[in-house]
Design a protein around this ligand. Structure first.
Ligand code: NAP
Length: 249
């Protein structure tokens, strides 16, 4: 029997899990994770590799050693470093690469969004005022808000982690999907005046946007960083068939 082509899926998202599982029937799939989340969702039928590769050169070397036939970068839309590394490593090794990324959320009637280019601009838009600010941006960039002394922050993260770098912040943990009712209750319980979120897209965390709309809560929406040039797909099934087509060529 012919050896199955080896696909590397850079993961950490629900789309990545779905794509890896769909490819696993026809290909040998390695599913790679940075290793930041406790108890991550894992795809069935795949080898799982946890931890960084050592930048673009390390990734390229790994891909060559493992004879990777195609690279699917299905990392989170805000994971800009690994996306750039994937593009460079694929170019260096001349490996076909597909970026699978969920579509962004778009503003709908009733939403009160202010758009920020990045987290620093989001902090400027929030401003140093006495108000309750719900930060639904994960851990890594919380320090951008540390210059604001007057707001009371409510921070939600998936894991309990090591502590929040914002004095007096209320820390809540939880892994989506959340319902609109849960998000509305959280907004009411903490008296949230403004929600800060990144435009991650997807269903699992969309409810907070609907809850903000329902409660007339303003949102500071952080735009995505630009993607590297190259093939992009926003639909998992389509991405899987494109990869399989490519392998047949
Ligand atoms: P990042 O800043 O773009 O990447 C930082 C470093 O982490 C990379 O240089 C790489 O290390 C390693 N890395 C990232 N993703 C990896 C993967 N899938 N497999 C192996 N190594 C990986 O990434 P991040 O924003 O910290 O995100 C890390 C992971 O969490 C990603 O898999 C992403 O899909 C997932 N995630 C991120 C977010 C977010 O908001 N950023 C949200 C949900 C899930 P080396 O240079 O050593 O290879």
């Amino acid at each position: 029997m012919a050896e199955r082509p080896h696909i590397l899926v850079l993961g950490g998202t629900s789309e990545a899990v779905d794509a890896a599982e769909a490819l696993a029937g026809r290909c040998a799939v390695t599913y790679a994770l940075a290793g930041r989340t406790e108890r991550p969702a894992l795809p069935a039928g795949c080898d799982v590799r946890t931890g960084g590769f050592g930048g673009a050169p390390g990734l390229a070397e790994w891909m060559e050693r493992a004879s990777v036939a195609a690279l699917v970068d299905a990392t989170h839309p805000f994971a800009a470093v690994i996306a750039a590394n994937a593009a460079t490593a694929a170019a260096t090794t001349r490996t076909p690469r597909l970026k699978l990324v969920r579509p962004p959320w778009t503003e709908t009637p009733g939403d009160r969004w202010r758009r920020a280019r990045d987290v620093a601009e989001a902090a400027r838009l929030v401003g140093d005022a006495e108000q309750t600010v719900f930060l639904a941006i994960g851990y890594q960039q919380l320090a951008a808000f540390s210059g604001l002394a007057k707001p009371r922050f409510v921070v939600r993260t998936i894991d309990p982690g090591t502590g929040i770098p914002l004095a007096g912040a209320v820390h809540v943990t939880g892994r989506g999907p959340f319902t609109v009712r849960q998000e509305t209750a959280l907004i009411a319980e903490h008296g949230v005046d403004v929600l800060v979120t990144r435009n991650s897209g997807g269903e699992a965390t969309r409810a907070k946007i609907a809850a903000a709309r329902e409660t007339d809560t303003p949102v500071v929406m952080i735009d995505r960083p630009p993607l590297p040039d190259g093939e992009v797909c926003t639909d998992t099934r389509n991405a899987v068939s494109r990869v399989l087509d490519r392998l047949r060529q």
